[in-house]
Structures are given as C-alpha cells and as structure tokens.
Design a protein around this ligand. Structure first.
Ligand SMILES: NC(=O)c1ccc[n+]([C@@H]2O[C@H](COP(=O)([O-])OP(=O)(O)OC[C@H]3O[C@@H](n4cnc5c(N)ncnc54)[C@H](OP(=O)(O)O)[C@@H]3O)[C@@H](O)[C@H]2O)c1
Length: 331
C-alpha cells in the first residue's frame, strides 16, 4: 500500500534555526551511517524512515561512503525516496558529504575540487535526486588549500546541486577561516557537523563550539554519535547483546570500549536518567541542548522503537545545576 505520512507529524517536534540562516532543523535528525548499507534489511530501513518522518524528523543525513559497501546507504535511501518519501521531497532535508576515502586513486579522498564535485554527482545519481539540501566537506584536509575546498562548495551551491554548504569535523580556527572564505564567495554556509556527547567533549576544547556561537556570526551545529554509538543507552548495561552494534558491526565501536571504568560511568549516568524519569538515551540527547548552542542531534538507530524512545527526550530537556555537575563528575 502507498505510504501516507501521518497528518499530525509536525505536532510534537521542535525545530531550531541553523545559526542566522533561514533553515530550520528538527532537534532530532536521522543518520544513515549504520544499518542502511547492503548488509541491512530493506524493510527495517524503510520502517525507520517512515517512523522518523511520521514524527517530524525531516532531516536524513548521509555521506558518499556510508554502507557497507560504500555508496549503498545512498542507494537504499534513494529507493526509500522512490517508494515512500519522495512525494514529500519539499518537506525533507537530505544531506550528503565527501571528504573521506571513497574510490581508488588520488581523486577519491580528502578535499580537492576534483573530488568534491565528482563525488556529489555520484551521490545524486545513487539518491535519484537533482539536488541535496546540504552538502558537507567531511573532514579537514591538511594539504589542499582551504580556498580550493571552499571554492568547490560555493560552486556546487551556485550550480544548484546543493542548497546549503556545511563542513564537518573542523576545529574552531579552521571553521572561522572557512566561514570567512565562504562569506566572501556569498555561499550560504549554515552548519557544522561534529561529534559531541556526554563522553566526547572535543568541541568544547578545540574552539568549535565557541566559534559557532560567536555573536552576530552564529552558525548551525549538528552533533553526531550523541549516544556514543550506543554506549550512552541501556544497550550494554547487562552484557553485549548479539544484535548490538559491537557484535554486528564492530568497525568503529569495539568491545574494548566497554572497560570496567566505562561501564561504571554508564551505570551511574543511567541512575541519574532514572531519577529524571528518562531513559539514558533520552537524557544523553537532551543534555546536548543544555546551553542553547546545538541546532540538532543526529541519532543512529537499528530499529524503529529506538527512534520512538529517543523522541521522548523532548519531554524533559532542562537540567538542574546539580544534575549537570553529577553528569560531569561521572564522565
Ligand atoms: N560527520 C561525520 O564524520 C560523522 C561520523 C559518524 C556519524 N555521523 C552521522 O551521525 C549519525 C549518528 O551516528 P551514530 O550512529 O554513531 O549515533 P548514536 O546515536 O550515537 O548511536 C546509534 C546507536 O545507538 C543505539 N541506540 C540508538 N537509540 C537507542 C535507544 N533508544 N536505546 C538503545 N540503544 C539505542 C543503536 O545501537 P544498536 O545498533 O546496538 O542497536 C544505534 O545504532 C550517523 O548515522 C551519521 O549520519 C557523522
């Protein structure tokens, strides 16, 4: 049967503006890094995307190399657009990226103009789209001049193949330089994508979080791995489940991450979450909004129920000073 999105899909979602731009994103976005590749189950991917969109999650985050194999998440999302979501294209924000290794040879990695422009053309083909809403440079390139990479982003936007530009995994100093170049080029650079969670405070220390909040020059900030790939949930409280990311796809999250110290932290955080009447996942997501800088957080999921659980975080997004101190003490 044809998919019809829930009429009340916008009723309970909160949308936040990316910096000073016109673009608003839902506080929760869905990332397709894991569980959407060729080893995933199509009906499950489809159900997750329907659940997300039915609940106001309008933003789907991809990259050229999400899989495995590389490119397969974009292909599967292209199929979901064709089967279900495509009729709602104007209600949806699709992002993709290039910057990590994608194809062999010197033109399939890092930040050259050659790589970014060719990669986006490939992504559009896999997605079956004429344009993506946000196109990111995926990581800083120490060798390519920033002017070249940012020039490519600006030309991509000018060509109509992306509506907005973003950068990912930049630190504060490089983000500020990139913003200056893009401003000169009149390119709508609206968003930074960085890892941020109770367990990973890098952007508090490398200047990025302060840079996006600069008065008069605010930019969007969207955080990835907000649940530390599942560690900041109830997933590993009682051992390592067979269907968990560690067991099923340990490319980036390995059993060695679960040290005794880490487990003690997770248990302690879980107790704080319980005292707030939330799941640990809900508290970890809400925590990212504690100081009004973050625009959206990109969750991953392996089943629709996790998305529904995570949406519950909107019921309690405020923290007392004592709770924040207790969370800091445990992490
Ligand atoms: N720009 C970049 O360089 C970059 C890098 C990494 C990721 N990203 C983006 O960020 C997205 C999210 O990253 P991530 O997948 O690492 O995010 P995450 O939200 O930290 O982790 C997702 C995992 O947590 C578990 N989970 C989620 N909700 C849960 C719940 N309510 N209860 C119990 N477990 C729950 C699931 O693990 P199980 O699979 O074990 O069920 C799920 O696969 C990616 O898809 C991608 O779009 C960007």
């Amino acid at each position: 049967m044809d998919y019809v999105a829930k009429e009340e899909r916008y009723d309970n979602m909160i949308y936040r503006r990316c910096g000073r731009s016109g673009l608003k994103l839902p506080v929760l976005s869905l990332g397709l890094w894991h569980n959407f590749g060729s080893t995933g189950v199509y009906d499950n991917m489809r159900a997750m995307c329907r659940t997300a969109f039915d609940n106001g999650i309008t933003h789907f985050d991809l990259a050229n190399n999400y899989g495995p194999e590389y490119g397969s998440a974009e292909k599967n999302f292209g199929r979901i657009l064709k089967d279900d979501l495509g009729v709602y294209r104007d209600e949806i924000i699709v992002s993709s990226k290039a910057g990590y290794d994608m194809w062999k040879g010197p033109y399939g990695d890092w930040g050259s103009r050659k790589y970014l422009i060719a990669s986006l053309d490939q992504s559009l083909q896999r997605l079956g789209l004429d344009y993506v809403d946000i196109f990111y440079h995926h990581r800083m390139d120490p060798e390519t001049p920033l002017e070249e990479t940012m020039g490519a982003l600006a030309d991509i936007v000018r060509s109509g193949k992306a509506l907005y530009a973003g950068i990912s995994n930049y630190d504060g100093e490089h983000m500020i330089r990139a913003a200056e170049i893009l401003e000169e080029l009149h390119c709508p650079f609206v968003i930074n994508q960085n890892r941020y969670s109770i367990f990973d405070r890098t952007i508090e220390n490398n200047g990025l979080k302060a840079a996006v909040a600069r008065e008069g020059k605010e930019k969007g900030l969207i955080c990835f791995s907000p649940l530390a790939q599942g560690l900041l949930t109830n997933r590993y409280l009682n051992g390592i489940p067979e269907d968990s990311r560690i067991k099923k796809d340990g490319r980036f999250l390995k059993e060695t991450a679960l040290t005794e110290e880490r487990l003690a932290q997770i248990r302690g955080l879980n107790e704080i979450a319980e005292s707030r009447g939330q799941s640990l996942a809900q508290m970890a997501l809400a925590w990212l909004f504690k100081d009004n800088v973050v625009t959206s957080v990109i969750i991953g999921a392996s089943r629709p129920e996790q998305i529904l659980d995570n949406l519950g975080m909107m019921k309690n997004m405020s923290f007392t000073a004592e709770e924040l101190a207790a969370i800091d003490a445990l992490s």
